[in-house]
Design a protein around this ligand. Structure first.
Ligand code: 0X9
Ligand code: ZN
Length: 305
């Protein structure tokens, strides 16, 4: 049985996605972005209740393998959008189309269960070391800052921009669908640090809608504070966490021109513990506050047109 009381492996997540499609015919479609480096599908769902003229939200989750709270939160989002009885959530679900991909780095995710719990990158082989940090591999100011050229490092940006098939799958999908499906929001889920961040990561340059994103991010943080008392800091990636290039949101915003782009750094465990290993008890409260933040982001974005 699938729930939010423990962490699930890739197969269980994919099985649960298929079940949602069976249970909600005409609303949920399972999509596959294509095969990973090691031949696993990159599955997600499209949720569309069939209203005309809606814009779409794209949720990318699990690009970093060890951040297990991200796929768990993404499936929580799907569950809420399909099953919530709260009228505000029902109306939010219907007023957008949703593309939600819980585990865009399936090789890495699987490897954190059967190899190394602390694995971050994909599993592509480069001589004696493995893995490209997919969140350094996107083709906007690729490899300019906060990324390594060494395949043995945790933040290896890859041999070239968009060298990795996982990166290419996301890019191809969005290049094909962003216009036609009117994707106006791109959300990425990570852990840990309790941050709500927007572009850019590669430079201090302010995006054209900086003040909107700053205000929207602040409202989302305020909302989380109300819900759980947790403090999430908000600001641009560059000014909030650390400079980094080749991130998916920088590309989605700077290249694809998706206006509303946020990266969530979700909860981590207490500082004394291994920082990516969050107790399963934290899944529900973390996902709940993150979903409330998503509601706020979309409500606030709608107000601003
Ligand atoms: O370093 C990262 O990629 C992210 N932090 S994490 O601890 N989850 O690894 C920060 C991502 C910042 N986002 C972009 N550079 N787009
Ligand atoms: Zn991450």
């Amino acid at each position: 049985e699938f729930d939010w009381k423990r962490f699930f492996q890739l197969e269980s997540i994919y099985g649960w996605l298929e079940k949602q499609a069976q249970d909600h015919p005409g609303v949920v479609t399972v999509l596959d972005l294509g095969s990973s480096t090691q031949g696993l599908p990159i599955k997600g769902v499209r949720i569309a209740f069939g209203l005309e003229n809606v814009t779409s939200v794209f949720v990318e989750s699990g690009i970093h393998a060890r951040e297990w709270i991200a796929p768990a939160t993404a499936t929580y989002f799907i569950d809420q959008l399909l099953h919530a009885t709260d009228p505000a959530v029902k109306s939010l679900a219907r007023s957008h189309n949703w593309f939600i991909f819980p585990a865009v780095n399936p090789d890495g995710y699987q490897y954190t269960f059967n190899g190394d719990r602390m694995w971050r990158k994909n599993r592509n082989l480069f001589g004696i070391c493995r893995g490209v940090d997919l969140n350094r591999n996107f083709p906007l100011s690729w490899n300019s800052t906060g990324a390594s050229g060494n395949p043995c490092h945790y933040d290896f940006s890859g041999p070239s921009a968009a060298s990795e098939v996982e990166t290419q799958r996301i890019i191809q999908f969005l290049e094909a669908r962003a216009e036609s499906d009117r994707v106006r929001t791109y959300l990425a889920l990570h852990s840990y640090s309790q941050l709500i961040m927007f572009p850019y990561g590669h430079s201090a340059e302010r995006v054209e809608n900086y003040s909107d994103l700053k205000e929207i991010g602040q409202k989302a943080s305020d909302r989380i504070k109300e819900i759980s008392g947790r403090v999430y800091k908000s600001g641009s990636i560059y000014e909030t966490i650390y400079p980094s290039s080749g991130g998916s949101k920088d590309w989605a915003h700077g290249q694809l021109k998706i206006p509303i782009t946020f990266t969530f750094e979700l909860r981590g465990p207490p500082e004394s513990e291994e920082l990516f290993i969050l107790s399963a008890k934290e899944i529900e409260p973390t996902a709940r506050e993150a979903f409330a933040a998503v509601q706020t982001i979309l409500d606030e974005a709608a107000k601003r047109g």
